[in-house]
Design a protein around this ligand. Structure first.
Ligand code: ADE
Ligand code: ZN
Length: 336
């Protein structure tokens, strides 16, 4: 292993862009399908992995929504979340802010409470047994209507103490942030933080809308912001964090080759970029895999990696005391 890979493994990390349903490994998919007596359209784990060959975001989403069909009862959501937290523990990920897609489940007749109780029970155990802190972000599916998002927010309000914020994901093109302006305003009025996927496949205008209309606290992906110098200046001036997902960008053809990935350029421009895994079971790797692959491809040095780790802590929804404790861990690691 290279010295830099070793440095990455030991680096204290924070993950800010992770869809819990995207951490469903094919092995767990098969065992849950068996447990719940669901027939999968695949014969083996190998066949599932072979199907993970995507030309764009929609190709992936079609398989992602199909895959989450094996999640039926609270224990399934617990097992899914616990498996992810074990990966985090093995990769020195100290804090996570994870997305879930309730509409992907309630549309199949699963109760909102079943989903959130399973996930949060595992997150509580993650804190107790693994020392990993967490926040939960509820995403609205942007290919559905704003009325549907409003209904989902209503269902979530009795569980508001378990949710730190709301996000926006799914098919970006043709579903601009402006479509969700009112439901985001309601979420903010309820005291929730806001984030949104923007500029993954969609144009820079969608990033402007996420900032101006949804008033996001953090931007998910944001790659295409680089096409607009005025937007770059705005993001730098506001210290807006971008949750960048290198292996996702490669697998979904947002970049053709990881050597062309804009992460290093983002850092050089003064953007608060962070590294994340998005849907690790589908895109070929968790946090360390993302860091290692992009560091090698674009030539990151230790100083870049420390900046990325600190950016994630500063961009998290932790309080100042919690941030300070994690920043001290990174500082101590930097001195080793
Ligand atoms: N849902 C899960 N992963 C996603 C991504 N990368 N972009 C948009 N929606 C998603
Ligand atoms: Zn995502």
């Amino acid at each position: 292993m290279s010295a830099l890979d070793k440095f990455i493994e030991g680096l204290p990390k924070v993950e800010l862009h992770l869809h819990i349903e995207g951490s469903l490994e094919p092995e767990l998919m098969f065992s849950l399908a068996q447990r719940n007596k669901i027939k999968l359209p695949f014969k083996s784990v190998e066949e599932v992995r072979k199907a993970y060959d995507f030309g764009n975001l929609q190709d992936f989403l079609d398989i992602y929504y199909q895959g989450m069909g094996v999640l039926q009862v609270e224990q399934d959501f617990y097992d899914l979340t616990w498996a992810y937290l074990e990966k985090c523990a093995a990769q020195n990920v100290m804090h996570v802010e994870i997305f879930f897609d309730p509409q992907g489940h309630t549309a199949r007749g699963i109760k909102f409470g079943t989903v959130i109780n399973g996930i949060t029970r595992a997150l509580d155990d993650g804190k107790k047994k693994l020392g990993i802190s967490s926040h939960l972000i509820m995403c609205f599916l942007r290919h559905l209507s704003e009325a549907d998002a409003f209904q989902t927010l209503e269902q979530a309000l009795p569980y508001k103490n378990k949710i730190i914020g709301v996000g926006l994901d799914s098919s970006e093109k043709g579903h601009p942030p402006s479509k969700f302006k009112n439901v985001f305003a309601k979420a903010r009025a309820e005291g929730l933080m806001t984030v949104a996927h923007a500029g993954e496949e969609g144009p820079p205008e969608y990033v402007w809308e996420a900032l101006d209309l949804l008033k996001v606290n953090r931007l998910d992906h944001g790659n295409r912001s680089l096409e607009d110098p005025r937007l770059i200046a705005r993001l730098v001036k506001e210290g807006m964090a971008l949750t960048v997902c290198p292996l996702s960008n490669l697998k979904l053809c947002v970049v053709k080759d990881l050597r062309n990935h804009p992460l290093k350029k983002m850092l050089e421009l003064g953007l608060k970029a962070t590294v994340n895994s998005d849907d690790p079971a589908y895109f070929g790797g968790y946090m360390n895999d993302n860091f290692k692959a992009v560091a090698k491809a674009v030539g990151l040095e230790k100083s870049h990696l420390l900046t990325l780790a600190r950016n994630s802590i500063n961009a998290s929804f932790l309080n100042d005391t919690e941030k300070k404790a994690l920043l001290q861990k990174v500082d101590a690691y930097a001195r080793t």
